[in-house]
Design a protein around this ligand. Structure first.
Ligand code: FEA
Length: 134
């Protein structure tokens, strides 16, 4: 069973963005699976965390360009929320790489999962509704 399944409750019904959200979830699930393997390679886990951050940046930039395309009035606040999450993920990734832990703490996955669902449902939905009316 996947750590998190994408479903219609988090669909924005904007194809490109839904595909990107699905990819974020897939990357997180892959790290979670790897984390739970009996033999772990810390470097691979650290690389996978970095890849998740890099894709998160790509997604945020894609969303921000989209919001810009229809002059979404909430874009500045939305960009700030993205920036704050990236800063937090960078800290998590740096701390993990520097720690003596061989696996990523479960709290990291729970944090990212809760953040993702709350952000898509509470924040991304707002620009999606606005875009449909614009
Ligand atoms: Fe505003 Fe989209 O960002 N969902 N994520 N992460």
């Amino acid at each position: 069973m996947a750590f998190l399944d994408w479903d219609q409750t988090i669909a924005l019904n904007i194809d490109q963005i839904d595909v990107e959200h699905q990819k974020l979830i897939k990357l997180m699930n892959a790290i979670h699976d790897r984390n739970n393997e009996s033999v772990n390679n810390k470097e691979q886990l650290a690389d996978a965390l970095r890849a998740l951050i890099e894709y998160t940046k790509i997604h945020f930039s894609s969303e921000e360009k989209f919001m810009d395309s229809f002059l979404y009035p909430g874009i500045d606040m939305h960009k700030k929320i993205h920036k704050d999450l990236l800063a937090k993920l960078e800290t998590i990734s740096r701390d993990f790489a520097a720690s003596d832990q061989s696996t990523v703490p479960e709290s990291v996955f729970l944090f990212f999962k809760d953040w993702l669902i709350a952000h898509i449902k509470g924040i991304d939905t707002k620009y999606a509704s606005y875009a449909k009316k614009a």
